[in-house]
Ligand binder design. Structure first.
Ligand SMILES: [Zn+2]
Ligand SMILES: [Zn+2]
Length: 408
């Protein structure tokens, strides 16, 4: 087997893994680093099939570029396929707003969907000489680990989360000879999720009881919906703004991927969906909690709300997602400032961070490897992969670099 990373080997983002086994060529994911400006993977190479792990842009953001030059069947779960389209359309919109060149058009997105092959967890598919089985990766709804098999087997995790959340069940390990695993949190552990949730709920109650509002900047996909579930029983007035509303509709319309479709539908029914400037003003008057994009506060409706609450020391901004360097969210946590329309401001609102990561922490990664029980482990999608080496000393561990093909 030959493996070449077109991106995402020693970094978090722009993952693209080309796998060659005999005369079967595959690619798992083909994403970007959604920075300003975005960073792209190496140019595409012809393959027989493309296997997408999930709909975050760092995994899918460059897929239409492949179809400008080549064709290949596009394998994904229905939830992933349904969620990818708005993400790709939105990335075209963001690029034109920010003035960055966009490498693909809506026509290229259509070519991708013309090649779509719907796959279901646990069912087997054939691509030339290889049998392929998708399994849930527990990261966001629809996220997939792909297992490729002939005389030996390879499991590719994509982004991985192994514990149950309010929205999803964690990934279950699958035996394989070779494991290609993400390692975003190599070297760091998360605080126990149930403790984080308990603290988040009680801090929200405190703020609301003291007469303030809580802004929850949130990723549209997965996090918005998990927060809706977490806050459901608090009996507060909750508004949701931004692309999270569209993704929630997709989640409701694509059954079979959530822990409980019914519970989510009920919780969603108790939220107020915000559309347009007037309903934003109403939300600021009437809501206790506003869940809104973008999750790192670099754009989207969240900045409009923060602008209105700059002088309000009773209100709070609670961040629950990973904040990349050089984003407003990171700057707010580290020094209490952020930029709105290019001007630096220091809100009087309280700011706190709650770690609700959807990536496995260090010990969970090690534990996952032990249960997959492979001969070799290939670590990718991480900036501190070597932190895992001492705990994986009984395995052959490969730390690939972008662009250099290797064989075993
Ligand atoms: Zn992801
Ligand atoms: Zn990722």
């Amino acid at each position: 087997m030959k493996i070449k990373f077109l991106g995402g080997a020693e970094e978090v983002g722009r993952l693209g893994i080309k796998i060659t086994e005999g005369n079967t060529r595959l690619m798992v994911d083909y994403g970007i680093i959604p920075d300003k400006p975005p960073e792209f993977p190496l140019p595409p190479e012809y393959v027989d099939g493309i296997f997408l792990t999930h709909s975050h842009l760092d995994h899918c953001g460059n897929l239409p570029v492949y179809y400008q030059n080549f064709s290949a069947e596009f394998f994904a779960t229905l939830m992933t396929a349904n969620s990818v389209r708005p993400m790709l359309n939105d990335s075209i919109k963001v690029a034109s707003l920010e003035g960055y060149p966009q490498p693909f058009s809506k026509d290229d997105i259509s070519l991708l969907y013309n090649s779509f092959r719907n796959t279901k967890y646990g069912e087997r598919y054939q691509i030339k000489d290889l049998t392929v089985t998708p399994y849930s990766a527990g990261h966001i709804p629809g996220s997939t680990m792909w297992k490729f098999e002939n005389s030996s087997s390879t499991l590719v995790t994509g982004d991985l989360y192994v514990r149950d959340t309010n929205l999803l069940n964690g990934a279950v390990p699958v035996k394989a000879d070779t494991l290609i695993m993400e390692s975003t949190y190599a070297g760091s552990e998360h605080e126990e999720r149930s403790a984080v949730i308990k603290r988040l709920r009680s801090r929200i109650k405190e703020v609301v009881e003291s007469g303030g509002k809580v802004i929850l900047p949130s990723f549209a996909m997965g996090r918005t919906q998990e927060l809706i579930m977490i806050l459901e029983s608090l009996n507060l007035s909750i508004s949701v703004d931004g692309m999270g509303n569209l993704l929630s509709e997709i989640y409701v319309g694509t059954p079979g991927f959530l822990r409980s479709q019914n519970d989510f539908r009920k919780a969603l029914g108790r939220t107020n969906k915000i559309r347009g400037a007037h309903s934003r003003e109403m939300a600021l008057q009437d809501s206790d909690v506003i869940i809104t994009t973008s999750g790192m506060m670099d754009g989207g409706p969240v900045l409009g709300y923060v602008e209105q609450l700059l002088e309000d020391d009773k209100s709070a901004i609670f961040l629950t997602g990973y904040q990349v360097e050089n984003t407003n969210g990171r700057s707010l946590i580290e020094n209490g400032t952020l930029k709105i329309a290019g001007i630096s401001v220091k809100p009087k609102t309280r700011v706190e961070f709650f770690d609700l990561s959807a990536h496995a922490g260090h010990s969970d990664l090690v534990d996952f490897v032990k249960k997959v029980d492979p001969q070799r482990v290939i670590l990718c999608h991480g900036e501190s992969r070597e932190e895992l080496l001492p705990d994986l000393s009984q395995y052959e561990v490969i730390l690939p670099v972008n662009g250099r093909e290797f064989e075993f």
